[in-house]
Write a protein that binds this ligand. Structure first.
Ligand code: SF4
Ligand code: SF4
Length: 470
């Protein structure tokens, strides 16, 4: 049965999968041009940041740590723990809104310029491949050739370089989770001492190696959830990498002496398809597989230079910009997302600025009444929960405000270790003369090094003092 081709039928297939469902290996032509050069510089900077950050320590603590297993995070030297869950939740919501807003305005610019998958694939592993196996035509020939000594040599060298790099990348990512000190311990000690860590290190290295040597662009086209979201986030006003079909069509090969005016600017050279790492033809329109790598812009600009036409047949633009030649404008949708983002960021900033290094809860122990004490006094028992969120030793002192009485800790003095969570009890003893009613409001002042940290309001249960008695 013959296949009916429609304008949109290219959307029925994935460029990397054959009609039989088999993997179609993509051999992208080596890109070059101003965007590729700029991306190389940005990638170098980001790789340097990624690799060097785990080594940065401030006062003996990592600059960044994402210890998900122990719910322990350090962001720019500030420690966060389970007690900061509300901040974490708000930060995740802010990040989600930011990603939505950013995508609505700039499309998948993150994928092309900052995503670790694209950076490592295109700027590290692919460059090594070009260096060892040559450009796309040489690679195709090599892969189709029988296993000669030359092919075995090139493939062995390539994979012998790939695996240590994958090992290095996985270790760098691991150091963000367990910290550089722990990672060095695992690397330097015999595997039997850190068997779990050693196995996970090898497993991660194996996964990274498999992704960059085999799975490649399929991470973006089949797996990445962000890529799948594009369909609902992008609209006519989002900036994407797009082909100007008004200017380019009707496309046609450039022939000597032929009136160019009959044809559009696209000379159908196929270079934009040759360089595409996901194997798509951007001239078909915006596709989810496009990772905004800019390779097709560079390729087409080179062609336009050669045929003396203005650059930008493929360019960063919105669909509205291409159709109506309108400049970018801020749409109500963007304004809506921006307002939500500003609101969330304002709340988050307020909570971060007012966040104290200590979290203190004082509650009268439930289920207990007052206890009689000598000298016409009575007492209540209180639960004391303190979390020291800082990296400092913190002495704590409790004092009463506006009432005469005595605070007796049931345990050692309060001197909290860094990040210690402390639970204990204390007795509050008041003279009965100070008790005006059954439930007397009390304010307890929490000091550290003579600095008032917090005023905690609670209550004191006691008998009402009889008038005239002292
Ligand atoms: S590189 Fe430019 S001119 Fe060549 S096929 Fe693509 S869009 Fe047409
Ligand atoms: S269409 Fe262009 S920008 Fe998109 S992935 Fe292919 S080469 Fe990169």
């Amino acid at each position: 049965m013959s296949e009916i081709k429609t304008e949109e039928s290219f959307r029925d297939y994935i460029a990397t999968v054959t009609k039989e469902g088999k993997r179609k290996w993509i051999y992208p032509k080596k890109p070059s041009g101003r965007f590729y050069n700029a991306r190389t510089v940005v990638s170098l900077f980001l790789i340097l940041f990624l690799v060097s950050t785990p080594f940065i320590k401030v006062n003996g603590h990592p600059f960044l740590l994402f210890d998900f297993l122990n719910r322990n995070f350090i962001l720019f030297t500030i420690p966060f723990g389970p007690h900061d869950f509300h901040l974490f939740a708000l930060a995740i919501i802010a990040l989600a809104v930011f990603v939505i807003l950013f995508t609505v305005i700039f499309g998948r610019v993150f994928c092309g310029w900052a995503c670790p998958q694209t950076i490592f694939m295109e700027m590290v592993f692919r460059k090594i491949e070009y260096w060892i196996e040559g450009d796309f035509k040489d690679q195709t020939k090599l892969n189709q050739a029988p296993w000669t000594s030359n092919k075995i040599f090139k493939k062995t060298i390539k994979h012998a370089i790939y695996f240590p790099i994958a090992f290095f990348i996985s270790n760098i990512f691991l150091s963000y989770v367990i910290g550089m000190d722990e990672l060095i311990k695992i690397i330097t000690a015999p595997p039997s001492k850190h068997l779990a860590g050693f196995i996970s290190m090898l497993a991660f290295s194996g996964i990274f190696y498999w992704i960059f040597s085999y799975f490649r662009e399929q991470v973006c086209t089949l797996v990445c959830p962000y890529g799948r979201l594009q369909g609902v986030l992008l609209d006519q006003d989002s900036i994407v990498i797009a082909y100007d079909n008004f200017r380019g069509e009707p496309r046609g090969k450039l022939k000597k002496n032929e009136a160019k005016s009959k044809l559009g600017d696209c000379i159908d050279c196929n270079l934009c398809v040759d360089v595409c790492p996901t194997g798509i033809d951007i001239r078909n329109g915006i596709q989810l597989e496009c990772v905004n790598c800019t390779a097709c812009i560079d390729a087409c600009d080179t062609v336009m230079d050669k045929i003396d036409r203005p650059r930008g047949l493929i360019r960063y633009d919105s669909l509205r910009g291409i159709e109506k030649k309108e400049k970018f404008h801020f749409t109500p949708r963007m304004a809506g997302y921006s307002s939500v983002l500003i609101l969330i960021l304002s709340v988050l900033s307020y909570l971060l600025v007012t966040r104290s290094d200590l979290s203190i809860n004082i509650l009268r122990t439930p289920g207990l009444l007052f206890q009689e004490q000598p000298d016409n006094k009575c007492s209540n028992i209180y639960d004391l929960n303190i979390t020291n969120k800082s990296f400092n030793y913190t002495p704590i002192e409790l004092k009463l405000k506006n009432v005469e009485g005595e605070l007796k800790l049931l345990g050692d003095e309060l001197n909290l270790k860094p990040q210690e969570k402390h639970d204990s009890k204390f007795l509050l003893i008041l003279p009965k003369t100070s008790i005006a009613k059954m439930n007397t409001p009390i304010t307890i002042l929490v000091y550290s090094n003579d600095k008032l940290l917090k005023e905690v309001k609670t209550s004191f249960l006691g008998p009402v003092a009889e008038k005239g008695k002292s």
